[in-house]
Structures are given as C-alpha cells and as structure tokens.
Design a protein around this ligand. Structure first.
Ligand code: 7TS
Length: 414
C-alpha cells in the first residue's frame, strides 16, 4: 500500500512558492511536468536573490571581499555537487545544461579519439541531446552509429550487447528515459563496454534528480546532467569526467579563465576543472544549484525515489479502470523499473488536446514527442501525453490527473 509520509510531504510542498499560487482560472496548480523542468524551492530562489543583492562580483580575479565571497560560494557549490555524485571537485565541469555537457565531450574527447570505422553505440530511446551530437561526430570522423534496441515495452534489449560492442569506441546511453522513465541497468553495460575497449558516457538528465547516483560505483567515464530538472535554476549543468580522461582532453571553448599563461603565439591551459570553463561562468546559478543539492540531500534521495515509486504505483492503480475505455499506458508498468514518468494516450484523443483539457483544470503535463522522435516513430506513437512526478507531488495531484482524464472522456464522449 501507499505509505506517503504526509507531514514531511506537506513541509516539502510548502517550500515551493509556485505551488501555492492558483492558476488564472482559480485552480490549484498541479505540476506534473518535472521531467521538462522542476519547480524551485524557496531556498534556491533565496540563494539567487542573496547572490545578486549581497555579493554579486566576478570570480577568480577580484581581491576585494565580495569577489572572494563569490569565488568561495561558486567553488563550494562545485564541491557540494561533486559530493552528491561521489566525484572529486576537479572532475565537475560547469556547463549550461546536459546538452552542452554531451556536446563538450563530442567536440573534445570525440574528435580526439573517434576515428573512421569506429563504432559509437547508443540506444533507440535516447533524447535528441544524446543522439544528434553523435550523428555529427560520426559524420565528422567516419565512425558508425549503432543502437541498442528497445522492446515493445520500451525496455532496452541487451541480449545482443556483446555483438553490438564489437569495435565500439564510445557507448553513449541515458540512465533514465525521459519519455518512458525506464531505468537503464548500467551495471549490465558499463563493465562489458570497458572490456570491449569503449569509453562510457551517461546522459543522467533524468536520473540525478530522482535516484541516488554514484559515478564512481557506476564506473562511468562521463556523466552529464542539468540543474533545472533537479530543483536548480536554468542555465547551469554539469559534466562529470574521470580526471585522467579530462586531463588528456583538449579544451572546448577558449578565452578567459581557462588559461595558465598566454603569449602572442601560444597558450598553456589552466588545470581542471577550469580548463573547460572559458569566460565568465554562470556564477549565480551554479551557487543556486548547490542550494538545490543541499535541499535534495536534506530530503534524502532514498526518500525521493520511494516517494516517486509510491506515486507511480498509485497512479497506475487509479488509471487502470480507464484502460477499458481506451487508455494506453506505455513503458513497463512496474514502478521498480521506472522513475516517476508516465507516458500514455487516451483512445483517439490527441495528446495535445488532452494536455489542453488538463490545463483548464490546472494540471500541467507535456504532450508531443519529448525530443525522442526516432523512438516515437519506432513505437508507432504520433505523440504521447506525459505526466512526471517529483518530490512535491501528492496523491491529490494524481487524483487531479485522473479527474482531468475523466473530463476529457466526457468531452470526447468515450
Ligand atoms: N537528456 C535527457 C534524458 C533529457 O530528458 C533532457 C531534457 C536532456 C537530455 C536535455 O536537457 P537540457 O537541460 O540540456 O535541455 N528533457 C526534456 C523533456 O523530457 N522535456 O523537456 C526537456
């Protein structure tokens, strides 16, 4: 049965000011689109306001007090994030988002290491951010793309993995699918990939917000994620890389801060992590991401995972009666295999119409291809409606979703 810890959950909900604001139609805001971006707790908002109102200054250069405070807070946030994923601080590179982190690897490690005839192995369920960069790299280098297939449930089929890994230089795979929420069994892939001589990059954009992630235990080489999906602000993301790999890589962007010594004809580069952080960094948002991680650590990632599993189980139970009226739920219906994502279609109602009807009730879901067009094409879904859960969602939110779907059934006379 569902064991939602109500007092704790009430306190969490109260930390998110946006959830207390009714919609323009006077409805309670039911936010079920955290896979697109999460809401922000007051502590994260305060962190931004405090930086700009108390110690806004550029970092790594000013000697005055507020510049030193800004530098300290910026580097402390890096340490907080590093500890959260069990990395060293110098292995945590700030980027704008997961997309930029993945592209950074493509343009540096990729162009340096991937050669004609090499194989880049990815999967059929990737977000475009973990597909298009590898298409570009393959085009530039003459490498070949290969795909781990997904079965009809949307689960990776690893039976042919050994053959797929032959000749692989890179395995680029998501930790959690944004469209279906399926969790990739990385432990079944990473060891084999390394044994085959491949480097492993994991797109963790949908994992770090929802699961306890330990990059060292996973033994991945690169791991990319975004701050805005994990209670942090937009515009800040992370590339984790194993130190030896990052040290051997050429820089990505060039300019200030990433240098040690510049002469007219040549430059020597800064040490890690700053070698990869050219120009003025996103100081405020990095600091606020540190505040978001503090918040998540306080809540506890085990609690986050258990809470989302409970919500998903509850949603599956509440939605089951609608299946006889044409509700199709995609992905494995097993909360142990899935993070807090629920993708569905309802009879022949277009997903966008469903999302619009739910919006009238204050329920925010996403409809479309979720930046996984090849997966949608393969599965034969023109679009899906997607509800995604996070720390601040409640059973009442799930009830509002179900009520909204009942309304849609009435409108469409199902
Ligand atoms: N990888 C995965 C698995 C994602 O879900 C997303 C964003 C990205 C990469 C890119 O993240 P960004 O922060 O660099 O944009 N996914 C979604 C989504 O599912 N709905 O909106 C954005």
């Amino acid at each position: 049965m569902i064991s939602l810890d109500d007092r704790k959950l009430e306190d969490i909900v109260a930390d998110f000011p946006i959830l207390a604001r009714p919609t323009s139609r006077g409805k309670r805001l039911v936010y079920l689109d955290s896979a697109a971006t999460s809401q922000k707790p007051q502590s994260v908002i305060d962190s931004l306001v405090t930086y700009y109102s108390e110690y806004n200054a550029n970092i790594h250069r000013g000697v005055y007090e507020i510049a030193a405070r800004a530098t300290d807070a910026f580097e402390a946030a890096r340490e907080t994030v590093a500890r959260f994923i069990n990395a060293e601080s110098r292995e945590v590179i700030w980027t704008r988002n997961a997309t930029e982190a993945i592209n950074l690897v493509g343009y540096t490690w990729g162009l340096q290491n991937v050669k004609r005839g090499d194989v880049i192995l990815t999967s059929q369920l990737e977000h475009h951010s973990n597909l298009v960069p590898w298409q570009l790299l393959a085009e530039k280098t003459g490498a070949t793309l290969r795909f781990i297939p997904v079965d009809e449930r949307g689960v990776l089929d690893l039976r042919g993995l050994d053959a797929l890994l032959q000749g692989a230089k890179l395995v680029a795979i998501s930790h959690v699918s944004n469209t279906l929420g399926t969790i990739t069994p990385l432990e079944d892939i990473v060891g084999k990939a390394h044994a085959a001589g491949a480097t492993v990059l994991v797109d963790g954009a949908q994992a770090v917000p929802h699961l306890a992630v330990d990059v060292r235990a996973l033994d991945v080489d690169f791991y990319a994620f975004s701050g805005h999906k994990m209670l942090g602000p937009t515009g800040i993301g992370v590339l984790y890389g194993k130190r030896a790999l990052l040290e051997a890589m050429p820089p990505f962007l060039a300019g200030g801060d990433m240098i040690r010594k510049v002469e007219y004809e040549r430059t020597s580069f800064n040490e890690l992590p700053w070698k990869f952080e050219a120009g003025t960094s996103n100081i405020a948002d990095a600091i606020a991401l540190g505040a978001a991680v503090d918040y998540l650590r306080n809540v506890g990632m085990d609690w986050v995972r258990a809470h989302e599993r409970d919500l998903l189980a509850y949603a599956l139970e509440r939605l089951a009666p609608l299946e006889s009226r044409g509700l199709a739920i995609y992905g494995p219906k097993d909360p142990a295999l899935v993070s807090g994502v629920l993708s569905f279609n309802f009879a022949d109602i277009h997903a966008h119409d469903l999302a619009s009807i739910l919006d009238l009730e204050g329920v925010c879901i996403r409809a479309g291809h979720h930046c996984t067009m090849p997966l949608m094409e393969k599965m034969g879904w023109p679009a899906t409606a997607r509800a995604s859960f996070y720390v601040y969602n409640t059973v009442q939110d799930v009830d509002a979703l179900v009520d909204g779907l009942e309304k849609a059934a009435k409108v469409f006379k199902l």
